[in-house]
Write a protein that binds this ligand. Structure first.
Ligand code: F6R
Length: 584
């Protein structure tokens, strides 16, 4: 949800462009820069994607800020693009998040004679700083943020001193350092090309980027000392390499990522398994795709460990607060580790004394740090908006934990190692080609349905998300048995229906459901270890028992990718979406 960056060091503009391109997955409807040079603010804004711009002229100066936007307040146009400035063009601000009370503050500022150009909530920030500038820039920023309600991160730049102040309140900000250069950005890949030495801002903290680069608590006013952390991602992992899109690159990386995900410390896994066994109620929570992994977790724990775990989508979790006690355990799953709804779920849980375990992909992310225990799923940077490799890594770790809860950790490891090796075999060019042919057959269809049962019912829901978000085809997932209660009315001649037919106790029933669809004209795409006469098109997957959710989602990820490409869309940048959803 918007990417922001501030930089001080060498010539700023080329660094800001490079960094912004790497943040584009967070928002890509417009972008903008501000630099300071010879006592002047230089600003450039445009609509569209920074990666597609052929802007040749640079902005001068060694200090600057930049922003790539995912619109929340106001249309997509140059005026609403960030940075926003005050009346005197003395302060420029980039912002990620939402200022909930901006209307009220804007009215007050208008009465005082401030002039606004945009429809954004952000524009009140430079004007509020301007109101307080008599106290000095840092103080003015502090006074400003004390008036703002909401979750946000900002970087403010002052023309006269070239100082920048960055503040975090609910939205991520990470500081990168390299000799005398300093970066502050919404996410690590922004500056990974330059440095992997980072420091995290916590909520209610600010950093003054003036050469000394000190951190302060906004609550106490005291200086805060930070630990320098070296991140073990390299810049290449965050590049497309030989692939045309990040999405297909990340799908193919599943050859290795499942294996990496299960490479965890056995003792830690056993420790958390014990906590699950001793908890009086365990909840899984997450959003979107991660939420579907949580839902699959409910079935996985039931099947493998005979254990009831409650799944609640994170945005609804606060409504379950009455069921929480200090004996409850919450397991939060999030690729980014920054999703606002998940953070709110964790806050709700913590207020009730609940212990929190998380599965995240970004070390040092807010969810990682706010949890009592956190596992890194080790998928490496996931840049495509549509989650793929993080999903299967999360599933693998959930399956491993369920085995540990059942006292069968080593058995779980063996199964997942075998699964990883079969995924490696499966992801070959011939397999992709077969799925591409299917995409060619069905890419003009307006609707696609997906059915699954048991472990693969949540995977049917996830398959629908994948297809919807990148190809914009209307896709819906159902529990196989539900169709006859209504949705079967939607089936007519030629409607593609993907059937996730695992080789388990649900097989006969899901095949019967496929028959019901076929007899009404549906075009049956079977995702299954074995072919069946009901399938019009068969996508073979390995037989991996309870790990079937991992292998069943992969062909649909590839299908979604090719559907998007054939329909002329960029799968890495689906419309209206952003990678890290830091607003509620
Ligand atoms: C869809 C997708 C989203 C995310 C969701 C949660 O492909 O990626 O549905 O799963 O926004 O994000 P994280 O996992 O970062 O909490």
């Amino acid at each position: 949800m918007c990417g922001i960056i501030g930089y001080k060091g060498k010539e700023a503009f080329p660094v800001l462009i490079e960094s912004l391109k790497r943040l584009e997955y967070r928002g890509y409807d417009s972008y903008g820069f501000a630099t300071v040079h010879s006592g002047e603010l230089h600003i450039f804004k445009n609509t569209g994607k920074i990666s597609e711009s052929n802007m040749l002229e640079g902005l001068p100066g060694n200090t600057g800020i930049a922003h790539t936007r995912w619109a929340t307040h106001g249309n997509v146009n140059k005026t609403n693009a960030h940075p926003h400035i005050d009346c005197e063009k003395r302060i420029a601000v980039v912002h990620n998040g939402i200022i909930e009370n901006y209307q009220e503050l804007k009215n007050k500022l208008l009465k005082k004679g401030h002039v606004f150009n945009s429809e954004t909530d952000t524009e009140i920030i430079p004007h509020l700083i301007e109101e307080n500038i008599k106290y000095g820039f840092e103080e003015a920023v502090k006074k400003t943020v004390s008036q703002l309600k909401g979750r946000y991160a900002i970087v403010a730049l002052e023309r006269d001193t070239g100082k920048m102040v960055a503040v975090r309140r609910g939205s991520p900000l990470i500081v990168g350092v390299k000799d005398k250069e300093v970066f502050v950005a919404s996410d690590i890949p922004a500056f990974l090309n330059y440095t992997n030495n980072v420091m995290y801002l916590d909520d209610n903290e600010m950093i003054v980027l003036d050469g000394e680069n000190k951190f302060y608590s906004l609550l106490t006013g005291e200086e805060v000392k930070k630990r320098l952390i070296t991140i073990d991602w390299d810049a290449e992992q965050a590049e497309k390499g030989k692939y045309p899109h990040f999405m297909i690159k990340e799908i193919m990386e599943q050859k290795e990522t499942i294996m990496r995900a299960i490479n965890q410390d056995d003792k830690e896994i056993e420790k958390i398994a014990n906590k699950i066994n001793n908890a009086f109620g365990t909840f899984f929570t997450g959003c979107g795709t991660a939420g579907k992994v949580c839902f699959a977790g409910e079935y996985i724990f039931s099947r493998i460990a005979n254990k009831h775990i409650n799944y609640v989508v994170a945005s609804e979790f606060p409504n379950y607060k009455h069921f929480l006690t200090d004996k409850t355990l919450l397991i939060a799953i999030s690729q980014s580790g920054e999703t606002a709804d998940v953070l709110e779920a964790i806050e709700t849980a913590k207020k009730r004394g609940v212990k929190v375990v998380s599965l995240v992909n970004v070390a040092g992310s807010t969810i990682d740090r706010y949890s009592d225990h956190s596992f890194n799923i080790k998928a490496g940077p996931e840049k495509a908006v549509a989650s793929t490799k993080a999903t299967t890594a999360q599933l693998a770790l959930v399956i491993l934990l369920a085995h540990a809860v059942a006292g069968k950790l080593q058995e779980g490891k063996m199964l997942l190692m075998e699964t990883a090796s079969k995924v490696n075999d499966m992801l070959n060019p011939r397999y992709e080609e077969r799925i591409k042919k299917l995409a060619e057959k069905i890419h003009k269809q307006p609707n696609i349905y997906i059915i699954g049962r048991s472990l693969n019912y949540p995977i049917a829901l996830e398959a629908a998300i994948k297809i919807q978000e990148v190809s914009y085809i209307h896709a819906e997932g159902f529990a196989g048995g539900e169709l006859k209660h209504g949705p079967i009315a939607l089936i007519e001649k030629g409607v593609p229906c993907i059937v996730l037919a695992a080789n388990d106790e649900t097989k006969d029933d899901i095949i019967a459901n496929a028959m019901e669809i076929k007899s009404r004209g549906g075009y049956i795409i079977g995702v299954s270890p074995e072919n069946n006469e009901v399938f019009d098109y068969w996508l073979k997957v390995p037989d991996v028992g309870v790990a079937s959710p991992i292998v069943n989602i992969i062909p649909v990820q590839i299908l979604a990718y090719h559907l998007a490409v054939l329909r002329g869309y960029d799968p890495d940048y689906p419309r209206n979406l952003a990678k890290s959803v830091t607003v509620k």
